[in-house]
Design a protein around this ligand. Structure first.
Ligand code: LLP
Length: 425
C-alpha cells in the first residue's frame, strides 16, 4: 500500500513501511503494551518549544505551558526542566505542576471561576500572577489576599473583541464569550485594581482562542491590547509584563499555521514599532507545544460492512479521544504497518462506546483488517487530558519516547481504580 502523509512537527516516519516515532517501532510498542496506547515524542515537544525560543531570542520572555493541553506529570516535568512556567486553571493543575517540579514564581493562574480555596493555595505556593477575568473576582481575590497577608500579583484578562476565526467552542476573544473584561471597561478596571490594598498590578493579558492558523488575529489583538497599555500607563499604573495567551494552531489536516518563530518575529515588529519591544512578554501555549508530539495507537477489532457505510471498529473511543465528537475535529488515522495487501475501502472509524457520536474519523480510505494497528495522529493535546472513564473503560497507558527509549509515564488504569472512591450502600 502507499505510505500515508504525516503532519508536520511529529517526529513520525515510515521506515521500511513501518511507522516509527523517533527511533521506536510503533507496532512493536503496541504489541508489547497493548492498546489503546498514547505515545509521545520528547524531541517533538522540545522542537516545538525551541521554535518559540527562537522567536524570543534577545527578548525578555516567559513561556508558560498551558498544561490543560496535556497535564501528565512527566510532560510537565519535561517542560519545567526546559525552563517553562505553567498556565494553570485549577487547584488540581497547581498541585500537579508543583508535583512535577514547577517553579511557582513562573506559574500564572487563568480561568473565570477561581474559588477562594484555589486562590489561597496559589498565594501559599507563591505563584507569579493571577489573570483576573472579572471585577467580582478582583474583589474576592483582594479579600483573600488581605486575609492571607500578602498582595496578590495580578493582571487583567482583556477581551479584545477579535475574531480568531476558529471553532466557536474554542474562540474566546469575542464580545459574546464568557472570558475576560470588556475592552471598553479595562482602563477603569485597572484604576480600580490599583487602589485595592490586597492587589499588586503586574501585567495585562489576553487569549483570543485556540487552533488559530493565521497571524492576523494575533496582530489585531496586539494592537487592541497595546492601545489599552498606552491608556493604563498614562494613568500612572506600570505594567511589568504583557501576556499574549496561547492559541497557535497545529497541522491536523494540511493546516498551515505560522511557525512560532515566524509569528513572534512579526509580533515583535509591532511591539518594537509601538515602543514595547523591551517589555517582558509572557505566552501561554498549549496545543502548539504538544499536539503533534503524540499519537494514539488502537487495534482494529472488527470490520463491519453496512448498508450505507462500512465501519472499522477500533478499541479506542470517544472517552480516549473526545475531539472528533466534541468539535467535529479531524485527526489523521494511518496504519502503522503498510506492508499488507488488503484493498483500501471507505470506512468510518468508530469506537466501542454505545453512542453514534463515538467516531474517530469519517469517510476514510483505509486498507486494514481486524488485528491491524492504527495510529490516530496529532493527539498529544486535548486528548488524554480530556479523557474519561465513560462506559467504565480504563484510561490508556502513556509512553514518552526519547530516542530509542520508550518510558512508561502512566500505567493503564486498573478497573478497580475506577471505583476506588466509591462506596456501596
Ligand atoms: N491560555 C488560556 C487562558 C486558555 O484558555 C487556553 C486554552 C490556552 C492558554 C492554551 O491554548 P492553546 O495554545 O492550547 O490553543 N479542548 C479544545 C481546546 C480548548 C482550549 C482552551 N483554552 C480542543 O481540543 O481543541
Amino acid at each position: 500500500m502507499t505510505t500515508p502523509n504525516l503532519p508536520r512537527g511529529t517526529h513520525l516516519q515510515y521506515r521500511v513501511q513501518q511507522l516509527t516515532l523517533e527511533e521506536v517501532d510503533l507496532k512493536q510498542l503496541a504489541s508489547t503494551h497493548g492498546t489503546p496506547l498514547f505515545v509521545y515524542s520528547k524531541a517533538a515537544m522540545l522542537d516545538a518549544l525551541a521554535a518559540y525560543e527562537t522567536g524570543f531570542k534577545g527578548r525578555q520572555s516567559q513561556i508558560c505551558y498551558a498544561m490543560k493541553a496535556n497535564s501528565s506529570l512527566a510532560v510537565l516535568q519535561l517542560f519545567a526542566k526546559a525552563g517553562c512556567g505553567f498556565d494553570i486553571v485549577s487547584g488540581g493543575e497547581l498541585a500537579r505542576a508543583l508535583a512535577a517540579g514547577a517553579d511557582a514564581k513562573k506559574i500564572i493562574f487563568s480561568g473565570v471561576g477561581k474559588t477562594r480555596e484555589e486562590m489561597w493555595a496559589a498565594l501559599g505556593a507563591g505563584i507569579g500572577c493571577f489573570n483576573v477575568e472579572s471585577l467580582a473576582e478582583l474583589d474576592v481575590l483582594n479579600e483573600v489576599a488581605l486575609d492571607f497577608g500578602e498582595r496578590a500579583p495580578i493582571s487583567l484578562r482583556v477581551n479584545p473583541d477579535v475574531d480568531a476565526k476558529t471553532h466557536p467552542y474554542i474562540s474566546t476573544g469575542l464580545k459574546g464569550n464568557k472570558f475576560g473584561i470588556a475592552h471598553k471597561e479595562v482602563v477603569q478596571a485597572y484604576a480600580y485594581a490599583a487602589q485595592c490594598p490586597g492587589l499588586r498590578v503586574v501585567g495585562i493579558d489576553c487569549h483570543i482562542g485556540s487552533q488559530i492558523v493565521d497571524a492576523s488575529p494575533y496582530l489585531d489583538a496586539a494592537d487592541r491590547m497595546l492601545d489599552l497599555v498606552d491608556a493604563i500607563e498614562a494613568n500612572g499604573i506600570a505594567l511589568e509584563h504583557l501576556d499574549f495567551g496561547g492559541g497557535l494552531g497545529i497541522d491536523y489536516a494540511g493546516d498551515t499555521p505560522p511557525s512560532a518563530d515566524v509569528l513572534w518575529i512579526k509580533l515583535f515588529e509591532k511591539l518594537d514599532a509601538r515602543g514595547y519591544g523591551n517589555r517582558k512578554i509572557l505566552i501561554e501555549p498549549g496545543r502548539s507545544l504538544v499536539g503533534n508530539a503524540g499519537v494514539c495507537l488502537t487495534e482494529v477489532l472488527y470490520m463491519k460492512p453496512g448498508e450505507d457505510k462500512n465501519f472499522c471498529i477500533v478499541d479506542a473511543a470517544m472517552n480516549d479521544l473526545p475531539r472528533p465528537t466534541l468539535y467535529d475535529a479531524y485527526h489523521g488515522i494511518v496504519p502503522v504497518d503498510t506492508t499488507g495487501d488488503t484493498p483500501a475501502q471507505m470506512v468510518d472509524v468508530v469506537g466501542p462506546i454505545c453512542e453514534s457520536g463515538d467516531w474517530l474519523g469519517r469517510d476514510r480510505s483505509l486498507a486494514v483488517q481486524a488485528g491491524d494497528i492504527l495510529a490516530v495522529l496529532s493527539t498529544g493535546a486535548y486528548s488524554m487530558s480530556m479523557g474519561s472513564n465513560y462506559n467504565s473503560r480504563n484510561r490508556p497507558m502513556e509512553i514518552l519516547v526519547d530516542g530509542t527509549e520508550p518510558h512508561i509515564i502512566r500505567e493503564r488504569d486498573r478497573t478497580e481504580d475506577q471505583w476506588a472512591n466509591e462506596r456501596l450502600l
